[in-house]
Design a protein around this ligand. Sequence first.
Ligand code: ZN
Ligand code: ZN
Length: 319
Amino acid sequence: MQNACPECAGDLTVFEDAAPWCGRCEWNLDAFAPVDGGWAARAVARLDRRAGFRAGRALVALGESAVSRRATAGFVVLVAVSVLLTAGLLVTAGIGVWLIATGRLLPPILLGGVLIGLAVLLRPRLGRLGHAVDGGWTLPADSAVAALVSRIADATGAPRPHVIVADLRWNASAAVVGLRRTRVLRLGVPLLLALDDQHQVAVIGHELGHLKHDDSLRTLVTMPARTVFGRLAQYTTLPPGDAVDRGLEGVLALAYSAVQLVMGTLSWLFWTLHLGLHLIGAAEQRRAEIHADLIAARAAGHRAALESLDVLALASRLS
Ligand SMILES: [Zn+2]
Ligand SMILES: [Zn+2]
């Protein structure tokens, strides 16, 4: 009975080193080969994969409503949190300036400097063009690839990218960066070479879909909610090791332990908030991918769009 499903008695599928699963009732489809690393890394990977599997199932159950363009409650929450955080950063910087301007003693002036520094570190970032083209080659506007990208953009109603960058990654991406909101399309040459013509159109169509739906703007207006608590968690994490490891004794050891306790609790709190906001944001991100896939299908046809997804799923094994 080794090859029968314990749930529905259907045939089990066995593939390479993966745990066997049932294609009929999806039994054991959420079992994954263990990853390398410590128990924490393995637990995170396991939870991550389970969550991904559940999300995929929920997506199938959503059906048509998954493609609605209405703002989700999650998106509204992220924008509201971002507005509050941005206001908080401005107030923090303002108090810092006030402390420095009115301070006559050193401590308030130093505190003012710390507050301004914190606000600067936590600020939302627009991204830089230099960084977006880093490690790649900018393609000339009269290149064959640029002509193809323009045709796909025109056919799908997506805006043309200002800059097209070729690199050596098994990936493609689109972003809008800098104060002037420059649209950058990055295309990995190995990925393009592995795809046939129609699949290339689908992949480029998908990335242009992100530009058409202005996903960068959606990312920007939710950025404080998705980054501030993560950075705070990072800044409040002390290096590993206790007072004894640091060679501290007596009162100093006690003080260090107290600092560790306070900082550890703060860090855990920030990290939990960060994780919670990302869980809310994940649904929004999935919707953005679905909408980009719809543009891919409009550009290259449903069949090529689906096939290109299969090739992309294999890319991590090829790279
Ligand atoms: Zn079954
Ligand atoms: Zn995408």
